[in-house]
Design a protein around this ligand. Sequence first.
Ligand SMILES: Nc1c(NC[C@H](O)[C@H](O)[C@H](O)CO)[nH]c(=O)[nH]c1=O
Ligand SMILES: CC(=O)[C@@H](O)COP(=O)(O)O
Length: 167
Amino acid sequence: MSKVLPPKPRSLTQKTQITIVASHYNEEFTDALVENTHEELLELIPNGQIELVRVPGAFEIPVAVETVLRQSKPECVICLGLIIRGQTAHGDMVAESVTQALQQISVNHATPVVHEVLLVGDEKQAYARCIGSKLNRGREAARAAAAIVDTFTQLKRSPSRVFPSNA
Ligand SMILES: Nc1c(NC[C@H](O)[C@H](O)[C@H](O)CO)[nH]c(=O)[nH]c1=O
Ligand SMILES: CC(=O)[C@@H](O)COP(=O)(O)O
């Protein structure tokens, strides 16, 4: 388990379109994820144009991401959801299929998709990751988005990729 968040990447000054796709299920927690992601994005990408798409549950996230990417071309899609394990294998099955689908969509569209569709064992774990500050996965999502958008901007600018890239 990670005990701290990754450090904040550098802020981006360019206009950047980010789409957040978040599920409603376990709303106390998913709303908090959305709020934390949004706050951190405003700080890291002040010129970001942020769009929010809400879907019922985690299982519906991949089809919404695919639809967004067919309609528009955001620089990054951030997926937020919370699956709390129940008494059956349903939660694990949903988490597994969402993970695979998101990776496939991301690679097929060559567009970064940040995966914070969380699978947790109980509400205590959920609280620490969605509402608490030390492990907040919404903050982590925004930091990952800013970092990968920065990387993609550099990749597209200098296809020869001579290192070190910050020379
Ligand atoms: N139990 C959780 C679900 N279940 C709902 C599914 O995601 C889906 O909406 C349903 O099966 C209809 O297709 N979703 C979560 O996001 N979190 C859960 O804990
Ligand atoms: C992850 C789920 O959909 C879950 O809440 C279902 O609970 P159960 O496994 O107890 O049926």
